[in-house]
Every structure is written in structure tokens, then in C-alpha cells.
Design a protein around this ligand. Sequence first.
Ligand SMILES: Cc1cc2nc3c(=O)[nH]c(=O)nc-3n(C[C@H](O)[C@H](O)[C@H](O)COP(=O)(O)OP(=O)(O)OC[C@H]3O[C@@H](n4cnc5c(N)ncnc54)[C@H](O)[C@@H]3O)c2cc1C
Length: 468
Amino acid sequence: MLTKAQQALKERARALAESEIAPRAAEVDRTEAYPWDNVAALTRAGFMGMTVAKQYGGAGLSYFDVVLVIEEMAKACGVTARIVVEGNMGAIGAIMAYGSEKQKKLAAKLVLAGDKPAICITEPDAGSAATEMTTRAEHRGDRWVLNGKKHWITGGGVSRLHMIFARVFDEFDQEQGIGAFIVVRDPKQAAGPQSAAVTVADVISENDIKLSPSTVRRRLRAHFGAAHKSRTHWRFARHSPDHYAVLKLLDAHPGLIIGTREPAMGLRGIPETEIIFDDLEVAEDMAIVPPGGLRHSFGALMNAYNAQRVGAATVSLGIAEGAYQLALSYVQEREQFGRPIAEFQGLQWMLADMSTRLAASRALIYKAAQGAGDGFPDATEAAQAKIFTSETAIAVTNDALQLFGAAGYSRNNPLERMVRDARMFTIGGGTAQVLRTMVASRILGRKLPQTRDGYVKLMHNRPPTRRS
Ligand SMILES: Cc1cc2nc3c(=O)[nH]c(=O)nc-3n(C[C@H](O)[C@H](O)[C@H](O)COP(=O)(O)OP(=O)(O)OC[C@H]3O[C@@H](n4cnc5c(N)ncnc54)[C@H](O)[C@@H]3O)c2cc1C
């Protein structure tokens, strides 16, 4: 049951989604351009930084309030709904909960001005096994120096605020655990990742492969000669055996390099990129240190991720609801065999299943969000909501497309985009398999280590199963 204020908030979100966001959704998908117009509209409406406490300039609203807004946005445009998620949950949630005063003020200011923060966890060799990340943060004098590489970072090249996770090493090279650092990217880079992939053959001959980096760099510069300006410098990284990602950096934040953009299947209006840290210097006071210290910070910061998961689940719910509504109208208009196709019982049952799944998804999401109160959602409830809703969204968008027949398979139909957009949510932010393991761990009341070492220890310490 929504309060009057929540009802009004939902109505306001719906009005904006229908009037401004929906008409631009196809264009955002087609051009793959970050929807700055939508960001401006969200900011004007007060939908960025809604959860930021009033003392920092926000509205001090709850995660449940945000869920109501996300759901309406996602019916119109999944990309825009994701911006609302990250403008209110995830990194901003973590910083407002665990950050210092300085960090909170900095983060609040950026988000309230429309910035969608980026969370940098995943690495090429550390996906689900996030704690196997190798990015290093070394304490050197009065600062931290970060080196490593992340990929699939949502908002790479458009986000200013970055929450970067790294293994932390003290002055004596002793590991302290996994911590997070705040870095604000130079706005002059806001135009997006300026990178190009070139084949090795484009710039060096086979015999030159063993050339020194400086020689290769010189050749790369020659390759892009005309575009080279004195304030431009180049970096390159080998990202496959015969490809270099060549990164053209204009006034870049020193050490934070936006790498290659992934050609993602859906949700194309937000860049998913590599981000490379090359001796990135971070001021000492930009380390986020939750209660319990750096050593335990990964677990604490992951609590904030539970809100992000509920947000992601809500995006998938909204996309599926949008698809369901389109199908519901279509089956009542489209006639075959001399009657509306809604008259066929097979299709009626499909609609019944679709609406039942959506109702169950909404119930799980609302339970997790409302249960959060002033804190973060419960990990199990967030995982259950995301597992169920993300799988529902795949099924419902597919069924909606099926109900349209060939008309659903046309790229002129928004369903085609919705099917692609919905496909993401069983992967990003914790896969459906890994989240099931989290739920199972809670049900069984014990840790379920996934590493080989962990299993060996587990087997070793196992209680005897038979009486001897
Ligand atoms: C669109 C998109 C946006 C993203 N945005 C961000 C972002 O902003 N920041 C960020 O840090 N990351 C981001 N990610 C990365 C995302 O969090 C990872 O993709 C995810 O954690 C899975 O890692 P992986 O892709 O390396 O898959 P892998 O870990 O390699 O998994 C491959 C398969 O194995 C399964 N698997 C792995 N381990 C287990 C296990 N123990 N038990 C059972 N099954 C297992 C997985 O479920 C999956 O099916 C994004 C991803 C996508 C697709």
C-alpha cells in the first residue's frame, strides 16, 4: 500500500517517463549515445540523489521510493532507469553510509548535479570471483597509487564519480584486504571514451612485435599522425594477441584511462568500458574506510550492493511490464481466423502467466526494498528478488514478442530492444547462479566456499556423515 506521497512520486515519474523518456528510447538505443537530455530531465525532476540525506542537499527518500521511480522509467527506457539506479543506490549509497564528511559532500554534489557514479569491481580474470581482483592500491607517503584494469564498467567515459575496488597494500607491502577509493574523473573527458582498436598489422610489421613500448608508441602516433595534437597523448594496451586498444587522452585524469568500449547486446545508451589505472594517484583521504577498518571493508561495501541489486531487479521488472502492456493491447486488436487473437485460450494462459510472474516479482522487490528501512536491503531478499525478476523479465519480454508474431521481430517494434535489454539482468551485478549460491548459503546457515582451496578445507572439516 503506497502512501499519498509515494503515489504522487510514482505519478510524477510516470508522467516524465511517458512525456520525455519514452519518445527518446529508440533513438538512445540506435545511436548508443548516453542520454544527456534524459539525465537533465531526471536531475530537474529531483530523481538523482533522492536518497541523499537532506543535510547534504538530497531529499532523504527511501530505497522503496526510488524503486517506484525506477519501475516507471524502465517501462519507457531501461537505460534511463539504470541511471536512476546508480544515481541513488550503489556507489552513492556506500559513500553516504561509510564515507567521511568530505567524501559525502563531494559525492552528493556530483550526483545531485546529474552524475551517474561508476562502480569498478570486475576485472578480466575476476568476474564472479570478485575477491580475486588484482588491481593494487599501494600506500605511498600521503597518497594511494592504483594500478590495474577493470572491464564492463557501466558509465566508463561518462561518469565523473568512480568507486574503485582494489587490493590494499601498506608501506611495507603487506596486504590489508580489499578497499574502495573515490576518484573523480576530469569533466573534460565527459565526451566519452576516445579509443580505437587497431590491429598490430596496422602499425608494426611482424618482425617488430618485440619492439620496445616507446617505439610502438611512436609508430602508433605516426598511424594517427594528423589527429595528433600537442595536448593529446596516447596510451595503448594490448587487449588480444593481435589488437591494441589505442587510447587517445585529452586532458585526461592522469592515470585513469578509459579503455575499449564493449559492443553490448542491449542497454546500449550507457557505455560499458575497460578502465585502466596506470599509477593513478589518489589522495589519502579518498579511501573509504567503513567501521571495522579497511580490512573488513569489502563486506561492508558489498552491503550497499544489495540496494543496487534491488534497483537492477526493478529495471528488469519495468522493462518486462512495458513489454507485457504492449502485448496486452496488441492481442486485443490483432485479428486472425476472424477474431481477436486474445480469444485463443493458449494466448490467454500466456498472458495469465506473464501477469502472475510480474506480480510475484514486484512483491519480492517491494519486500526487499521496504525491509531495508533506513539501511540496506537484506542480502538474501535482494538476491531472491534479482534472481526471480531477471529470469521473469527474459521470459516475459520473449513471450510478449511471440504474441506479436512477425511484427515483434521487426526492429521497428520496441519489443526487440526490450528483449535485448532484459537479457542483461541475470548477468550484471551478480549472476543468477552466484546469487543462488548466496541464497543457499543463508538457507543452510553456513559459508559455501567456491574456490578449490575452500572446498578442500570444507571437505577436510566436514562432520562425519556416518557413525563409525
Ligand atoms: C551490462 C553489464 C554491466 C556491468 N556493469 C558493471 C559495473 O558497472 N561494474 C563492475 O564492476 N562490473 C560490471 N559488470 C560485470 C558483472 O558484474 C560481471 O559480468 C558478473 O559479476 C559476472 O562475471 P563474468 O562476466 O566474468 O562471468 P564469470 O564469473 O566468468 O561467469 C561465467 C559463468 O559461470 C557462472 N559461474 C561462475 N562462478 C560460479 C560459481 N561459483 N557457481 C556457479 N556458477 C558460476 C556464472 O554464473 C556464469 O554463468 C557488468 C556486466 C554487464 C553484462
